[in-house]
Design a binder for this molecule. Structure first.
Ligand SMILES: Cc1cc2nc3c(=O)[nH]c(=O)nc-3n(C[C@H](O)[C@H](O)[C@H](O)COP(=O)(O)OP(=O)(O)OC[C@H]3O[C@@H](n4cnc5c(N)ncnc54)[C@H](O)[C@@H]3O)c2cc1C
Length: 480
């Protein structure tokens, strides 16, 4: 060890749910760890996303840590809380766990270099600070890398622009009616996920019904969909029959139900507008892109200051000082331009860091809520905790067995990646150009970026490896 250098057992990048969980549990097993965070407070997604209407779409109480210490005396005021309440929650978590004393804020990590001779990472921040650790834990989230349109000149001398860090431009529209969601009982609690039945595919509050939808009678199906619609939130999507994700006929039926409900709301719009908003032929199978939990989105089109311009038919040619010029040479003038252009989802946080190694593998590096994990196909805090606990157990095992580095074998990596591709191909996801597959980034490889087999299957896989002394990893022992 070189004199004067600061070594840690682990360096964690990111101070959202994942990073906080890792830090707290590493401390519990007696290891030294620090978080490096680009922002200047805790919260991750909820530190950055503060645009009007940014709010949770998993239902409370599931969108929080499951440790009773972290929910028993915190009272949520809404079922789908906004960013303000999430920020308050993270301050509460800090009060309980004293997380901030081990965080370096305003510390954007730009590179990580692995040294095979000492089995250590050297991590450098944007402002040139250097840190060293045995383990590198990337808790960078799925959306820290925002997409700013690079196409034709953004000459914004007159027009004002707002970049929404959230992909949810629609949420700005739903803000006004948020109290509709108010939850009468805001006392905290936390369901026990570990005992949840297997049908709880996404580990979200609603549960997919494993029965094939077409085995029910049309009347039963209608009642089933009505019930889900009444419940709202994710219920009509992730509480539906599981085969809507795999069977086109089942999917057509749920789309037809959605369309019927939506047309009831927009029956006063002109027929062409109705067809644009709720077309007879769906642009992609229902639910293969994340449905937005809006409440007034479709009604907004009846406002005199709102006009829908379909850029599929009439693409954007240029952004001008006054607004947007479309291909038909019409300049649409407005006061504010909102760039709800999304993120380099799932992989962007990791590829932003220059990671250098001697081989194509990644020793002692783990990520949570990242590529090919259940990430956005699950409720974040629940799947974060599952993965984080598994990593902590692995690190503990390595320390106890005097193992200095662990790296996934190439055959294990390929087998896992192939399995994810095959699971993805079984469903209808590839019929949609979604960020789930990387379609929103020009030139990005199109592949299933999440594990689509459901949380219980994922848990079984990772536990099977652990149960066989971490099968699929090459483990290197210390020489002495
Ligand atoms: C508006 C919005 C609503 C959402 N609602 C839900 C929901 O209802 N349910 C759900 O399950 N998920 C939701 N999500 C997804 C959300 O990302 C996760 O719920 C959760 O925040 C993931 O936590 P995390 O700690 O893994 O990552 P994040 O919360 O994204 O935190 C990652 C942190 O890493 C930091 N970081 C990244 N790169 C670097 C770097 N190079 N150096 C230093 N720091 C870095 C970032 O600054 C950030 O603070 C929502 C996302 C958005 C944007």
């Amino acid at each position: 060890m070189i004199q004067g250098r600061k070594y840690y057992d682990a360096l964690i990048v990111g101070a959202g749910f994942s990073g906080i969980h890792q830090l707290y549990h590493l401390r519990k097993i007696g290891l030294s760890a620090k978080i490096l965070e680009a922002g200047d407070d805790l919260g991750g997604t909820w530190y950055w996303n503060t645009y009007p209407g940014a709010r949770v779409d998993s239902e409370l109480p599931i969108y929080q840590f499951s440790d009773p210490e972290l929910w028993k005396d915190f009272t949520w005021s809404e079922k789908f809380p906004g960013w303000e309440e999430l920020q308050t929650y993270f301050q509460y978590v800090d009060k309980k766990l004293e997380i901030k004393k081990d965080v370096f804020f305003k510390s954007r990590v730009v590179s990580a270099v692995w040294d095979d001779s000492i089995d250590n990472w050297t991590v450098t921040t944007e402002d040139g600070r250097v840190f060293h650790s045995q383990f590198l834990l990337l808790c960078t989230g799925i959306g820290p890398s925002i997409i700013f349109p690079t196409s034709r000149a953004l000459k914004l001398s007159r027009a004002k622009s707002i970049t929404l860090r959230g992909s949810l431009g629609l949420t700005t529209l739903r803000e006004e009616s948020r109290h509709h969601w108010n939850w009468c009982d805001g006392r905290s609690s936390h369901p026990n996920y570990r005992s949840a039945p297997k049908s709880n595919f996404f580990w979200l509050c609603p549960r997919l019904d494993p029965k094939p939808s077409l085995s029910a009678t049309p009347e039963e199906r209608e009642l089933f969909y009505e019930d889900k619609w009444e419940k709202g939130g994710f219920h009509p999507w992730l509480g539906a029959y599981v085969d809507i994700f795999f069977d086109q006929k089942a999917n057509d039926e749920v789309y037809a139900f959605w369309r019927k409900k939506t047309l009831e709301r927009i029956c006063h719009h002109p027929p062409e507008l109705q067809e644009k908003l709720a077309p007879v032929k769906p642009p992609h199978p229902f639910g293969t892109k994340r449905p937005s939990l809006e409440q007034r989105y479709f009604e907004v089109y009846s406002q005199p200051n709102v006009e829908l311009v379909d850029v599929n038919e009439n693409p954007i040619k240029e952004i001008t000082p006054y607004g947007i010029l479309t291909a038909d040479e019409v300049e649409h003038a407005f006061d504010v331009l909102i760039l709800a252009t999304g993120f380099d989802m799932v992989t962007g946080g990791i590829t932003n860091i220059e990671i250098r190694l001697a081989s194509a593998t990644y020793p002692n590096m783990f990520w949570i809520y990242g590529p090919q994990s259940p990430s956005s196909f699950s409720n974040a805090p629940s799947s974060v905790e599952l993965t984080s606990e598994w990593i902590i157990d692995f690190i503990k095992y390595m320390k106890e067995k005097h193992i200095s580095s662990a790296v996934p074998t190439e055959p294990a990596q390929h087998a896992y990646s192939e399995m994810v591709d095959q699971l993805g191909a079984k469903g209808l996801w590839f019929k949609a150009k979604s960020w789930y597959l990387g379609f929103n980034i020009e030139g990005k490889k199109v592949q299933m970026l999440q594990f689509p087999g459901g949380i219980p299957a994922y848990e079984k896989l990772i536990n099977a490896s652990a149960g066989k002394n971490y099968e699929g990893f090459d483990l290197k022992r210390y020489d002495h």
